[in-house]
Ligand binder design. Sequence first.
Ligand code: PMP
Length: 304
Amino acid sequence: MADRDGVIWFDGKMVPWRDATTHVLTHTLHYGMGVFEGLRAYQTSKGPAIFRLVEHTDRLFNSAHIFRMTIPFDKATLMQAQKEVVKQNHLESGYIRPIVFYGAEAMGLSAKNLSVHVAIAAWPWGTYLGPDSLENGIRVKTSSFCRHHVNINMCRAKSVATYTNSILAHQEVAMDGYHEALLLDVDGYIAEGSGENIFIIKQGKLYTPDLTSCLEGITRNSVIELAQEMNIPVIEKRITRDEVYCADEAFFTGTAAEVTPIRELDNRTIGNGKRGPITQQLQALFFDCVSGKATHHTDWLHYI
Ligand code: PMP
């Protein structure tokens, strides 16, 4: 990733990709206190557009607020910078990664008087969970690792440290041949995927875990809105893994994963083992919105 052409926005300046480096004593590298975002820019007939730039930027600032990190730029500057990295890397579509991290002034856990840095990179990124995953769905396994308790890490924050837990879970199931992990909360209820929110469909109703210990996903929010507009009832509640086994349909949502059908959990086929009809409808609507083909939700797109 580091050795390539292009530019990265770093603390207010566009720098050559290979020069966007930091010191090995960077505080965040040692203790994991940093926050980040992941956004996608999609190709549209009017050029590339960033999906829900405002909401992602708001979440970045909320994540920083939770960790008492003061971002030394305002939201307007960072939104403009995200557009610039797409433009200056000549991307028609791609993934955008803003990250906020502490500097290398001091070690130790007081994290006092540290500088706060912001970098924004963007690169082309195709389907996250495999080339045919959007059509055929994926095989998921419940991980032996639990999602964070609400008072261990802050679940509303998209923080660097959260992702050691995600990597443990993902690697555990990927080594056994599954596409993705499902994590339970500490009480044993469904929380989310390693980098996705989860939905199930039963008798025409859409269910998703409440936000106690999963990330407040922006794709999740988009799908909820789209479902409500289709008059599909949406219920946020605690969900058990056997409810997923017996669901008619299930899918993951996320910026990287988009709307990915789940065809199997823990070696139990879900529904008919294929992308279900409601999943397909929501997925199609979602892709119409992100690609500028839909006539509604045009405010979700921010053209470069
Ligand atoms: N949960 C986790 C743990 C994630 O990493 C992500 C991806 N950011 C999501 C859910 C989905 O969030 P979003 O739809 O905002 O990308």
